[in-house]
Design a protein around this ligand. Structure first.
Ligand code: DX5
Ligand code: ZN
Length: 208
């Protein structure tokens, strides 16, 4: 299992990014909120761009925004493995997939807990990752929603049925207990479970 670390709940981002950089974590998960798609808003790109001053890890950018096309060109400047935006966003999905791929960055689609899995079907041939939300997007430290387990399995079956090369990332409320409900995932994104601990590597190892 690959692990992506979210620093959304960090009280000292530079320090925690440096600590994460000293672990074997696979990606840094960058949560971006615009105050429209979500109530909360994260720091502006002018500050966010400094992430790479503190880590050499590849970034897994999660855009929780209404208008992804306003953010994609900025984030594409960073050391991104994936840029993921929500299927519930307001713009043309296919255009934004093409925008991300135009930068030779892998593209993800995120799906919130109440959105029908079948809505992903038209986009499956064009994406590299599905980010299955196991909490309502908007803040860290929430509880894992139980039904996510069935949703991950359903998505895995879809990927197999269409014989596609798409990875499943699960985001929200991930810890050493809830990871057991994510057996069909490829990547687990975890924030507070790692960041609020005093041994990042131990927590990361417990999720693998
Ligand atoms: C939720 C974010 C998640 C969150 C994960 O809106 O997308 O990435 O920060 O944090 P934990 O692991 O604390 O749920
Ligand atoms: Zn996230």
């Amino acid at each position: 299992m690959k692990i992506s670390g979210s620093f959304l709940s960090s009280k000292n981002i530079p320090k925690d990014l440096e600590k994460l950089n000293d672990t074997d974590i696979d990606y840094i998960h960058v949560d971006v909120m615009d105050g429209k798609f979500t109530e909360n808003r994260t720091m502006p790109f002018s500050e966010m761009r400094h992430i790479s001053d503190y880590t050499s890890k590849r970034l897994d950018v999660h855009l929780m925004v209404k208008e992804p096309s306003k953010y994609i060109p900025m984030y594409a400047e960073l050391n991104c493995e994936y840029i993921t935006f929500h299927i519930e966003s307001s713009e043309d999905i296919k255009k934004n997939i093409d925008l991300i791929k135009g930068y030779s960055i892998k593209c993800g689609l995120a799906i919130s807990p109440d959105t029908k899995i079948s809505s992903l079907i038209p986009y499956l041939p064009d994406i590299d990752l599905i980010l299955v939300m196991s909490v309502v997007p908007g803040r860290g430290e929430q509880e894992f929603i139980e039904k996510t387990s069935d949703r991950i399995k359903e998505i895995r079956e879809l990927i197999e049925e269409y014989k596609l090369n798409i990875v499943i990332n699960v985001d929200g409320g991930i810890n050493d207990k809830t990871k057991e409900k994510c057996n069909f995932a490829d990547i687990l994104t975890s924030g507070s479970y790692i960041i609020k601990s005093n041994n990042f590597q131990e927590k990361i190892s417990s999720l693998r």
